[in-house]
Design a protein around this ligand. Structure first.
Ligand SMILES: *Cc1c(COP(=O)(O)O)cnc(C)c1O
Length: 430
């Protein structure tokens, strides 16, 4: 459920018309709903209320400082996957003892920064990383609170690019070697071994893969305990899907997901962590865009909008489907037509939708790409010299630009000319 609805014929974010935001901020821009974010964090908190569980929002889904501030203000922690995300989370005021550090290739510098900040847990994904962390921790005179991420080798039945829990994926320690690694970790002076972590993928719409993975973890915990390894914590990762395609996709609610957790690992006496990202931020955001031209071809018609693949990469990267809604509701009885909705970037992949049934859009119309709050702005780049798309947070009838649109000067602000090109221009013949 989300808070983007038509009122008096205009699509609103909570109580704010998207037309108002488009006029004030310009397009394209992302618009987030505080009410939706809040609702989703609370839905997870309520679903897990009877379990000893912490919710760590996976900020790689949406790392805006204001979003982090809101989510952590509701009591959630943060799952970070780089030193950069760690710094951003701390800057947003996230308490270090609510931060979990995941990721397959953490450097010694990143591990050191996490230890110095005093994070709750570092999820280790390989034996070499375990050795590196042991050394960094000993050097700092601390013991690193560690969960070891195992790869349960289950098929999450999602897009290949967001499947992470199969043996062929780069993530986690192979199921079959996990026991030996745990035994080894126990002997390391820099490692305080806390438990087991896993994360099997993203946009998962069926509970069966979770159930299979959690049961495997349950078996592993029994084996580890038989080996004399204390397992106090389980980190179950994220991955619950969202309905991009209303009607076709019906992700299970957090309560049903929690029920699977309760049934599979609820009686192990472990403190639990869950790391939802998409399920919290996904339909809490839309990408607001304006039609620049309507190009009537001989075989197809294109609505060319001012948002592009650099602003929202999901369709180009994962063939993702986003619902596209006109901000002004078409009047009753308006005939629809088939349109390709494309951006201005010089790539055929810059296509948001093909043969989409839409009202007859004209230049100047505003459209909203729905369910764009996760893996949207965080993946934006400035390809084709397009400044990073700004972000707006709505709360009731107020809104605030929570990341401004860079100026054209900002586009090249980090670039520098070598002195010889300043001196020798036009270039001498060689
Ligand atoms: C990406 C990721 C998540 C969040 O996944 P969602 O599908 O957005 O819930 C959680 N944990 C880890 C380790 C991740 O890499």
């Amino acid at each position: 459920m989300h808070h983007f609805h038509y009122r008096d014929g205009t699509l609103h974010a909570e109580a704010v018309p998207l037309t108002t935001i488009a006029e004030a901020v310009g397009t394209p821009c992302y618009v987030y709903s505080s009410a939706t974010l809040t609702r989703h964090v609370r839905a997870f908190a309520d679903a897990f209320a009877d379990l000893d569980a912490r919710i760590c929002f996976a900020m790689k889904a949406n790392g805006n400082k204001a979003v982090l501030r809101l989510v952590t203000g509701l009591g959630a922690g943060v799952d970070v996957v780089s030193g950069g995300e760690l710094a951003l989370a701390l800057a947003a005021g996230a308490p270090a003892d609510r931060i979990v550090f995941s990721g397959v290739g953490k450097t010694e510098a990143e591990l050191g920064a996490a230890l110095q900040a005093g994070v709750h847990q570092i999820n280790v994904e390989s034996e070499p990383e375990l050795e590196a962390l042991d050394a960094v921790a000993q050097h700092l005179g601390v013991r690193a609170p560690v969960a070891i991420r195992v790869n349960p080798d289950v098929d999450a039945a999602t897009h290949a690019k967001i499947t992470t829990g199969k043996a062929e994926n780069k993530f986690g320690i192979e199921w079959t070697s996990a026991r030996a690694v745990f035994r080894r970790a126990r002997t390391m002076d820099g490692i305080a071994l806390k438990g087991v972590a896993l994360h099997i993928g993203s946009q998962i719409l069926d509970l069966a893969p979770f159930e299979a993975a959690f049961l495997r973890v349950r078996d592993l915990v029994a084996l580890l305990r038989a080996d004399g390894v204390a397992v106090e914590r389980l980190d179950l990762g994220g991955g619950l899907g969202v309905p991009y395609h209303a009607g076709d996709e019906t992700p299970p609610p957090p309560t049903a997901y929690a029920e699977v957790v309760r049934r599979t690992v609820g009686d192990l006496g472990c403190a639990l962590t869950i790391e939802p990202g998409r399920a919290i931020a996904g339909n809490a955001g839309v990408l607001l865009s304006r039609v620049i031209y309507l190009k009537e071809g001989i075989t197809r018609a294109f609505a060319i909008v001012d948002a592009a693949m650099n602003d929202l990469m999901r369709p180009a990267l994962y063939d993702a489907w986003h619902d596209i809604r006109p901000v002004r509701a078409p009047s009753a009885g308006t005939e629809t037509r088939l349109l390709d909705v494309v951006g201005p970037v010089c790539e055929s992949g810059d296509t948001f939708a093909r043969d989409r049934t839409l009202p007859p859009l004209v230049a100047g119309d505003l459209v909203a790409f729905m369910t764009a709050g996760a893996y949207g702005a965080v993946m934006a780049n400035q390809y084709n010299g397009r400044p990073l798309v700004p972000e707006v947070l709505v709360d009731g009838d107020r809104f605030h630009v929570v990341r401004r649109r860079p100026s054209l000067d900002d586009l090249a602000a980090l670039e520098d000319l070598p002195p010889w090109l300043l001196r020798e221009w036009p270039c001498p013949r060689r």
